[in-house]
Write a protein that binds this ligand. Structure first.
Ligand SMILES: [Zn+2]
Ligand SMILES: [Zn+2]
Length: 316
C-alpha cells in the first residue's frame, strides 16, 4: 500500500502566513551563515539536512489522504487537499481512459468535503466516483453543499458517474482484496474511523474523534480496532491543556494517540488534523512532547511517531 497525504490540517484551510514564511527564511539563513554552500551539491545537501521546520511545510490543506492498493485509487476524505490530488491526477495520470475513485468519508464537516466541488477528475464523464460512508443521506449532503446559494455548479452537473454506497456502521466491506472496516466515533454530528487492510498490512484513519469513557467498553472497542495496525493516523488537534477546555468539541491529543498506539501494538503513529491556530513550529513542539511522553512512560517501546504533512508518502 502506498499512502500520500494531500491535506493534514483540521477545521479550516490554513495558508502559510508571511510572518511564518519570514521566520523560516531567517532560521535557514542563520544555519547557512556557517555552512559551506560553494557548490550545487553542497547546497543540495544543506537543504536535505535542514530540520523539519525549515525543510518542510506541514501545509494548510484540510483532510485528504490517497491510498494506492490492488491497482485501485482510494481516497480518505475530501478536504481542500483533494483539489491538489485532483490537479496532480489531471496533469500526470488522466488520459482518455476512465479512472475509478473510491472515496471513503469520515463525516461531512466542511473540512472533510470542501475540496469536492473543485476536484477536476469529477468533471470528466469517463470517470467513476464511488462514495462510501455509513451516513445514508450523504448524497443529499453533497447536493446541499453545491446548492446554488453556496456554489455555482450543482452536483447534477458534475459529469463523472457517481455511486453512493451506504456502509453498515461498525462493519466490514470488501473491495476485491482490500478489506475496509469502519468504527463509529464520538464527535459532534457523528464520524467514522476506517481500517484498511491489504496484502498483510493495514492502516487506521481515526480523525475527528474524542475519547471519553462514555461506556465501559468504549475505549476497548477503539483499542481493538487499532490493534496491531502498521500506521495509525490520529486526530492530534489539541494539547492536553486545550483538551481540558474543549471537552465535547470532538477531537483528541497526541498523548492519547501515544497511549492508544502502545496499548494496541501500533507500529507508526501519524499526528493528524492539526489545529489551524498552530504554525509549523508549534506542531513540531507537539511532536517533540509526544516523543518525550513516550520516552518517559514507555521507554522500551519501538513506536515511531511522525507529523502527517502534505506530500508525505509512506509505503506499507
Ligand atoms: Zn475535521
Ligand atoms: Zn468534524
Amino acid at each position: 500500500m502506498k499512502i500520500r497525504f494531500w491535506g493534514a490540517r483540521g477545521s479550516l484551510p490554513t495558508p502559510l502566513s508571511n510572518k511564518n514564511y519570514e521566520q523560516k527564511i531567517r532560521a535557514i539563513l542563520e544555519k547557512a551563515s556557517n555552512a559551506d554552500l560553494s557548490t550545487p551539491l553542497l547546497r543540495e545537501n544543506f537543504i536535505q539536512e535542514l530540520p523539519f521546520t525549515e525543510r518542510f511545510l506541514v501545509g494548510g490543506n484540510t483532510a485528504c489522504i490517497e491510498i494506492r492498493a490492488d491497482n485501485k485509487i482510494l481516497i480518505l476524505d475530501m478536504g481542500s487537499g483533494l483539489v491538489e490530488l485532483g490537479n496532480y491526477i489531471n496533469r500526470y495520470e488522466q488520459n482518455d481512459l476512465p479512472l475509478d475513485f473510491h472515496l471513503f468519508i469520515s463525516h461531512s464537516h466542511w473540512d472533510h468535503i470542501v475540496g469536492f466541488p473543485f476536484f477536476k477528475p469529477a468533471f470528466l464523464p469517463q470517470n467513476t466516483l464511488t462514495f462510501y460512508t455509513p451516513f445514508s443521506d450523504f448524497k443529499e449532503r453533497l447536493e446541499y453543499q453545491q446548492d446554488f446559494r453556496f456554489f455555482p455548479i450543482s452536483l447534477n452537473h458534475i459529469a463523472a458517474k457517481k455511486n453512493f454506497i451506504t456502509l453498515k456502521p461498525n462493519a466490514e466491506y470488501q473491495l476485491d482484496d482490500i478489506v475496509i472496516q469502519n468504527i463509529k466515533q464520538y464527535h459532534p454530528g457523528g464520524s467514522y474511523g476506517y481500517k484498511i487492510s491489504y496484502g498483510g498490512k493495514s492502516l487506521v484513519y481515526a480523525t475527528d474523534s474524542e475519547y471519553k469513557n462514555l461506556r465501559n467498553n468504549f475505549l476497548d472497542k477503539h483499542r481493538a480496532f487499532f490493534e496491531g495496525t502498521d500506521l495509525l493516523i490520529f486526530d492530534a488537534q489539541y494539547t492536553m491543556e486545550e483538551a481540558l477546555h474543549k471537552e465535547d468539541w470532538g477531537h483528541s491529543t497526541a498523548m492519547q494517540g501515544v497511549d492508544f498506539a502502545i496499548s494496541s501494538g501500533v507500529k507508526k503513529l501519524a499526528l493528524f488534523h492539526h489545529d489551524p491556530d498552530n504554525d509549523d513550529y508549534r506542531i513540531y513542539s507537539i511532536l517533540r512532547r509526544a516523543i518525550e511522553y513516550k520516552r518517559t512512560n514507555y521507554p522500551t517501546s519501538p513506536l515511531e511517531i511522525l507529523i502527517a504533512r502534505e506530500d508525505l508518502i509512506l509505503t506499507l
